[in-house]
Design a protein around this ligand. Structure first.
Ligand SMILES: [Zn+2]
Length: 121
């Protein structure tokens, strides 16, 4: 297999995974975790519950919050900018691959995966 270094047609899956890991390790840094934890305590106090008795739940909610936050930061831009092939899981830039369609009215737009050629919607 030839080793392509073309950025526009490259596989971005590993890069996105790396960015997600970086964001997660940054958020799980002690200071940032405290920010999420304090926010959860604030929410629980607002809801009228006693934060001192819910220490484990607060840590758990803060943990889930960080995961959701990191997911949103990486998954939403990924869906807007990238496309993932259902056949081979390759993640490619939408702008790097021209749009195709099967009829002249362009009703069924799709892109062909640069690696396996499968149609992606
Ligand atoms: Zn593919």
């Amino acid at each position: 297999m030839e080793n392509k270094l073309r950025v526009l047609e490259g596989n971005w899956g590993d890069i996105i995974f790396g960015i997600r890991t970086l964001i997660l390790s940054f958020l799980f840094n002690e200071d940032n975790f405290l920010v999420f934890k304090n926010f959860t305590i604030f929410l629980i106090e607002t809801a009228g519950l006693p934060p001192n008795e819910l220490d484990f739940a607060i840590s758990f909610i803060a943990f889930i919050g960080i995961c959701l936050f990191a997911y949103m930061l990486t998954e939403l831009p990924k869906r807007l900018v990238f496309m993932q092939c259902r056949n081979c899981d390759m993640v490619f830039l939408k702008i790097g691959v021209p749009e195709s369609s099967w009829d002249s009215e362009h009703t069924i737009k799709h892109r062909h995966c640069p690696r396996c050629g499968a149609a992606c919607f």
